[in-house]
Unconditional design. Structure first.
Length: 250
């Protein structure tokens, strides 16, 4: 899969994508990522990418021509008509389902918004606006990285089998069970921090059941909304009924 990211901070994107599973997939050629400096698509001496808003008001707006020129250059070079995303607080919320849908595309362009926004005419060339959540970050670069990372890891060959199984279970809708590694006990000011015995027992049926119970307990406690859409197997349904009964079915 190919990604093109258009930004005024190319180094921010390049550095972040060089590490981890995404970095390796780029090295292996499973992913192609091109990062474009928006300033290269200006035609004035000072490479100005922003301007004051018509009608007045605070802040600056990204000018339309550099973004539209960058898009034209990307389309000309790739010979395809890629799907174009604009990072925007006005966009639909990114979730695992959106990431999965985008991961089926062969070519995605991400335009990073900045300042108070982007000239509205750019939207005529944008297929979809995406937000990463209801909080304010300083620009579209971090959202673009989140989008590229979430989408890229769903592309076959980017993460190992193990993780894709785990991702399946995330989209099944439960929080992860607690994880432990060695040592089995740590001295602490208030006694000992220990690993649950069942995980040391070697009884894999019991371990599986404990993990299901712990995942359900956590989900019930922290994200009960997820249980409305979670896909539970028979054992999980039975455990959940037990947990709800224990809690007095609040
Ligand atoms: C919604 C806040 N706006 C109030 C007038 C000003 C504003 C602040 C920060 C407009 C844009 C930005 C930069 N943020 C993004 O471009 C952005 C973003 C975000 O802030 N949160 C979640 N997802 C995204 S995607 C792009």
């Amino acid at each position: 899969m190919r990604f093109d990211v258009v930004t005024i901070f190319p180094a921010m994107i390049e550095h972040a994508l060089r590490v981890g599973v995404v970095g390796r997939a780029i090295d292996e050629g499973v992913l192609q990522v091109r990062v474009h400096d928006l300033r290269n698509f200006t035609s004035d001496r000072h490479h100005v990418v922003d301007d004051v808003p018509y009608g007045g008001g605070p802040g600056m707006v990204l000018k339309p021509e550099p973004l539209l020129k960058a898009l034209e250059a990307i389309e000309l070079e790739s010979g395809r008509r890629p799907v174009v995303i604009l990072t925007s607080p006005q966009g639909g919320r990114l979730d695992q389902e959106v990431a999965r849908r985008l991961s089926r595309l062969s070519h995605l362009v991400v335009l990073c918004g900045r300042y108070e926004g982007v000239d509205e005419r750019v939207r005529s060339r944008v297929d979809e606006e995406i937000s990463i959540g209801d909080y304010v970050v300083s620009g579209g670069e971090l959202p673009a990285l989140v989008i590229v990372d979430a989408v890229a890891r769903l592309v076959p060959g980017v993460v190992g089998d193990q993780q894709s199984v785990a991702e399946e279970s995330f989209s099944r809708g439960l929080l992860d069970f607690p994880q432990y590694t060695r040592p089995a006990a740590i001295a602490d000011s208030s006694g000992e921090l220990v690993v649950p015995d069942v995980l040391l027992s070697g009884n894999h049926r019991e371990i599986r059941r404990w993990r299901k119970r712990a995942a359900l307990l956590r989900t019930l406690d922290r994200r009960p909304d997820l249980l409305e859409t979670a896909v539970l197997d028979d054992e999980e349904q039975e455990i959940l009924r037990g947990l709800l009964a224990e809690r007095g079915d609040r």
